[in-house]
Design a protein. Structure first.
Length: 151
């Protein structure tokens, strides 16, 4: 299954308990890439207190930006509390929350979200996640080397 975009958000500004700054992305997805006037891009990840659903699903958390609600985060397996899913418009998200927030975006795949989630829980995207994490680490090292060379 093709992953359209990957985003990694980390807590950089520790004075905010719910803010996670974009530290790496592969591919693009505009709802997760809203840049403010200072050139910063972040999301808020918090407990969901106000989202209600027509079905019996209960949301665990929510992801939003300064301007809008992006998705509620559902954690379907109690044995895997770091793995969740969500959606925005017709797009599906698979979400890993483990000190950082990683979001896999599948454009136009909301209709097969339960299949994606089952594949996710069965480890089908583990290799892709590791590749993205490696790229993220290499990107950070490159940025650090550039800063060292400038100074």
């Amino acid at each position: 299954m093709k992953i359209d975009a990957y985003f990694r958000f980390e807590r950089i500004k520790l004075e905010s308990k719910t803010r996670y700054d974009l530290t790496f992305n592969q591919g693009s997805y505009s709802p997760l890439q809203e840049i403010n006037k200072n050139g910063e891009c972040w999301i808020y990840f918090s407990k969901s207190l106000y989202i209600q659903f027509k079905s019996n699903r209960k949301t665990d958390s929510a992801i939003s930006t300064r301007e809008r609600h992006i998705t509620s985060v559902f954690i379907p397996e109690i044995e895997k509390p770091n793995f969740g899913f969500g959606d925005f418009d017709n797009d599906a998200f698979l979400i890993v929350v483990n000190g950082t927030i990683e979001i896999l975006v599948f454009k136009g795949k909301k209709h097969i979200q339960s299949i994606l989630n089952n594949l996710f829980l069965d480890g089908e995207f583990d290799e892709a996640l590791e590749e993205f994490r490696t790229l993220s680490t290499l990107s950070k090292k490159t940025q650090l080397n550039l800063v060292k060379n400038v100074v």
